[in-house]
Ligand binder design. Structure first.
Ligand code: ARG
Length: 254
């Protein structure tokens, strides 16, 4: 299901017992905090057969942006989208049926290039209060290295991949193309941006995929893949919205 690759297993083996104890005492998704109600009104929980599967971002009252690897091989009838909650066990969100999954035609499941899908809801969500759309970054939008970005998701909160049901968020910093390129990270493409703290203490993780990375309140990246969760010296990879902006416009009319 997930785009994470083998270095994660190596990482687990390399972690000493002391670090695991620390992780257990501080069960946070690699540096995050729990979100308050309404703090991320664009956040979506994509459900597969009634369980949290991936994140997403609401870009209009009927369209969601997520990762291609979240919808690949799935059918719309098995998926639902929940909006307007920061606690999936509270049952206070809007649960929406899905009409159509639009996977990017150039998505490559091996390389995760073009890792983006659009989801069309069967009926519009009710906007207001805890449910709002997020603006998309402009085509080719760019930011200086170390610009702070915000990630959020219902994904795993520790290396044991425990799901919290509650929405978390964290601040990560964007990495420049000087490091975030195919020489340093084999397989990295122009449809990807890198972000994360060099210490590895801040990261997205399993279950966050498809969810938002925002800068200045605009959707700049989509959680895509990484080397485990929070590997030291390594960033996590996000689909670059600026590179796929015109495809979104054509297919979502947003
Ligand atoms: N691919 C994973 C998912 O489906 C997580 C992506 C982010 N992983 C990471 N190590 N930053 O949720």
């Amino acid at each position: 299901m997930c785009a994470d690759n083998t270095p994660f297993l190596l990482l687990i083996l390399a972690i000493g017992a002391g670090n695991l104890v620390q992780a257990a005492e501080e069960p946070r998704i690699i540096g995050g905090q729990f979100a308050t109600p309404g703090q991320f009104p664009h956040q979506v929980s994509l459900q597969l057969n009634g369980r949290h599967h991936c994140g997403g971002s609401l870009i209009s009252d009927t369209m969601i942006v997520t990762a291609a690897h979240c919808t690949r091989g799935q059918s719309a009838s098995q998926m639902k989208a929940i909006v307007g909650t920061n606690d999936l066990s509270a049952g206070n969100g809007q649960t929406m049926a899905i009409a159509q999954l639009i996977i990017h035609p150039q998505y490559n499941p091996q390389s995760q290039d073009f890792d983006m899908s659009l989801i069309r809801l069967s009926s519009p969500v009710q906007l207001g209060g805890g449910v709002q759309t997020i603006q998309l970054a402009d085509a080719d939008a760019n930011y200086a290295a170390d610009t702070m970005a915000t990630i959020s998701g219902f994904g795993a909160i520790n290396q044991n991949l425990q799901l919290p049901n509650r929405l978390k968020f964290a601040q990560v910093q964007l990495w420049s193309r000087d490091f975030c390129n195919a020489q340093n990270i084999p397989g990295l493409t122009d449809r990807m941006v890198c972000a994360g703290h060099p210490s590895g203490q801040v990261s997205s993780c399993q279950g966050d995929s498809g969810g938002p990375l925002t800068v200045d309140g605009k959707l700049f990246g989509v959680v895509s893949w990484g080397f485990g969760c929070g590997a030291k010296g390594r960033p996590a990879m996000y689909t670059y919205v600026g590179a796929l902006r015109s495809w979104i416009k054509q297919n979502a009319n947003v």
